[in-house]
Design a protein around this ligand. Structure first.
Ligand SMILES: Cc1ncc(COP(=O)(O)O)c(C=O)c1O
Length: 403
């Protein structure tokens, strides 16, 4: 932490310089969270630092104000909708992140079906339970299979028990800990089998939406609008390296305008969760999407997967239990010793940790991590159980794939 500038004792410039130096120093060891940092925005410096831009209200309803980027926001929604194979009439907006997108989708589902039940998997992001709690919606947690994907048979059983109630299923494309991808096509088929037509399927594709969308059709999992999603959300600060939290929410068709309707003083429809919204984050998203282009985005994803494969193989080589799901950037591993965690920032749940090989993470960093892990590993002794046996067993070894 840095000293705050209080009582004039620390110059603000010193605080900022210190913050920058520490952030640059610690960046090398930060390999546990999915924020890409390889795209930067010097060309936008003036606009980012010298203008107030507020996209208040609906992106397609420009409102009274002129200091906004709603035309750019419309393009961002259209590009992402296209990648996720949404229908032509798709609607969406740039959110503060995926969590906000999921809250919006749950609220939209409730407006449509006030007696709905929410279903999600035990591996879903905590924002699903939080949004359900905020909206006072009943939530049913469904089991996952060995790879961390929603267990569709368990889900179907739970829906069948309440088939008189509308269903809101929140699927995940890229779960937080293991980057597993729920089978949206199978979820939609299960609902069809049960004749549950009063339903919504929202796909939280915070990290993996864009990378998966750019896979060739033969290998792409059924996770998008063509598989049965009714809404999807991606985070901008994850794969798209916006460096500022944001997300893109897309619906297959425009939701009903909420009760608030059109707000006289803003001159725009109240279709979003917050009123004022950043006009800068749509610009960052647009810059990232358009300057990288489809080829650049695809190339980065393949490079990230290659690095994940390298990481997984290195962990296997040193005998450290690890797992890697198909198409994932995320390598799961049994939790390293404390001295390794003191140097490296890894996301850990106490038993299992993960490394996310985002664009911007290099093989050099991974190799240094493996060297540290090897050095920290206690030597195996015939008298004592091996360190491998002492590590709480996870299902990692059964979930690994052959990359
Ligand atoms: C699957 C999933 N959903 C949602 C989120 C939260 O996204 P945001 O930070 O954009 O709200 C995360 C963050 O890690 C995530 O992994």
């Amino acid at each position: 932490m840095i000293a705050p500038a209080v009582d004039g004792r620390v110059e603000p410039e010193t605080v900022v310089a210190d913050l920058l130096a520490r952030a640059r120093e610690s960046r090398r060891y930060d390999i546990g969270f999915p924020g890409a940092r390889d795209v930067t925005f010097p060309a936008l410096a003036d606009i980012m630092t010298g203008l107030l831009l507020n996209n208040v209200g609906d992106p397609w309803d420009l409102g009274h104000g002129r200091a906004h980027t709603k035309h750019i926001e419309q393009q961002v929604v259209a590009i992402v909708a296209d990648m996720l194979r949404a229908p032509a009439q798709a609607w969406g907006y740039v959110t503060g992140g995926s969590s906000e997108g999921t809250l919006h989708a749950l609220d939209e589902a409730w407006q449509r079906y006030s007696d709905l039940v929410v279903y999600t998997s035990a591996a879903a992001h905590y924002s699903v339970a939080k949004s359900s709690r905020l909206l006072k919606l009943p939530l049913v947690m469904v089991r996952t299979d060995d790879t961390g994907r929603i267990d569709v048979a368990d889900l179907a059983g739970e829906i069948a028990r309440r088939r008189h109630r509308p269903a809101m299923i929140v699927a995940t494309a890229g779960t937080t800990m293991r980057e597993a991808v729920d089978d949206v096509a199978a979820i939609a088929a299960a609902c069809d089998d049960l004749a549950v037509t009063r339903r919504r399927i929202h796909v939280d594709a915070a990290l993996s939406g864009i990378p998966l969308a750019l896979l060739p059709a033969e290998t792409r999992p059924g996770f998008d609008f063509t598989a049965g999603a009714t809404s999807m959300v991606i985070s901008g600060h994850k794969y798209l390296s916006t460096l500022m939290p944001c997300g893109v929410l897309v619906y297959a068709e425009p939701p009903r305008t909420p009760a608030g309707g059109r707000i006289a003083y803003t001159g725009s429809a109240d279709t979003t969760i917050t009123g004022s919204r950043s006009g800068h984050t749509p610009l960052l998203l647009w810059w990232s999407l358009t300057t990288l282009g489809v080829d650049g985005l695809r190339h980065r994803a393949q490079a990230a997967r290659d690095l994940a494969t390298h990481t997984y193989r290195e962990l296997q080589r040193i005998g450290w239990p690890a797992g890697l799901n198909p198409h994932a950037f995320t390598v799961t591993l049994d939790q390293p010793p404390a001295q390794v965690l003191a140097k490296w920032v890894l996301a850990s749940d106490g038993h299992t940790a993960h490394i996310v090989c985002m664009p911007g993470v290099t093989q050099d960093q991974i190799d240094e991590f493996i060297t540290d892990l090897t050095a920290a590993r206690p030597p195996a002794s015939p008298a004592a159980p091996s360190p491998k046996a002492r590590v709480p067993r996870t299902r990692l070894s059964r979930t690994r794939t052959s990359p």
